[in-house]
Design a binder for this molecule. Structure first.
Ligand SMILES: [Fe+2]
Length: 257
């Protein structure tokens, strides 16, 4: 789906009732609280500039965290977000920026992503409330181990977390898992190494395992961790596909197919 189509709902939102019109008029006539408000870009322009920026930064990443991963997350976040009562501007920004500097590629620095997101959002004059919300989401949303709580604080966070997790499932999720395993220099499968359910982020961050184990350490757990009904429905199908894939993998690995 072209990006222009994806952006449409937030670009052309129109007030519907008399009350909406009054609220919109108040918004237009309220005094500027900060000098940067005066120079605020229209939201569609901020989204477009942000997507251009992220595309330039992440294009060509061969570890499953490339621009097209972000694009799928963005699309899915809009798909889920339209079913929920959320601020789609915040959802779109967080979806676009969630992997801008992922700790996996930043020497384990957990705050690199929110720092880079803040720097970018300030450069396009986004207001501080939105910046803090987006940065909190970027900090919180990644999976940090089977035994580690990663609940999001806001509905917008839940939407983007679900969208990101959906891209770790199904046919795309399988492809991304092997791409990332190759990047990390992991074996595909080693029957002598068992999966580990990590109980802390440190343990998860420093673990070395196999890509097949990664299914048991993370991917197969995600279906039951979805926040929204829309994501739960999509995740159920993708989960089934991964189970079928693993069954076939073990048959072939054991010389039975
Ligand atoms: Fe991601």
């Amino acid at each position: 789906m072209p990006i222009a189509v994806l952006c449409e709902p937030t670009r052309f939102l129109q007030p519907k009732s008399h009350d909406d019109l009054c609220a919109a008029r108040k918004e237009i006539t309220k005094p500027f609280s900060r000098i940067s408000d005066y120079y605020n870009m229209p939201r569609p322009e901020i989204i477009q500039k942000t997507s251009d920026h992220v595309k330039q930064l992440l294009s060509g990443n061969g570890a499953g965290h490339d621009w097209w991963h972000v694009h799928r997350v963005w699309r899915n976040a809009l798909l889920i977000g339209r079913q929920e009562d959320v601020d789609l501007f915040v959802v779109e920004l967080a979806a676009l920026l969630h992997d801008i500097a992922d700790w996996k590629f930043q020497g384990g620095d957990e705050k690199a992503g929110s720092r880079a997101a803040r720097e970018w959002l300030m450069s396009v004059n986004v207001d501080e409330t939105t910046i803090s919300h987006v940065c909190e989401m970027v900090d919180d949303l990644s999976f940090k181990g089977a035994g580690v709580q990663t609940s999001m604080k806001t509905k917008e966070g839940m939407v983007v977390q679900d969208a990101d997790r959906l891209d770790a499932l199904g046919a795309v999720g399988i492809a991304r898992a092997f791409a990332y395993g190759g990047y990390k220099g992991q074996e595909i499968h080693n029957p002598e190494i068992s999966p580990t359910l990590h109980q802390s982020f440190e343990e998860y961050k420093n673990s070395r395992s196999t890509t097949i184990n990664h299914f048991y350490e993370k991917l197969l757990l995600l279906r039951d961790l979805m926040n929204t009904e829309t994501a739960r429905r999509i995740a159920a199908h993708r989960h089934e596909f991964m189970v079928a894939y693993l069954n076939r993998f073990f048959l072939e690995a054991d010389g039975k197919a």
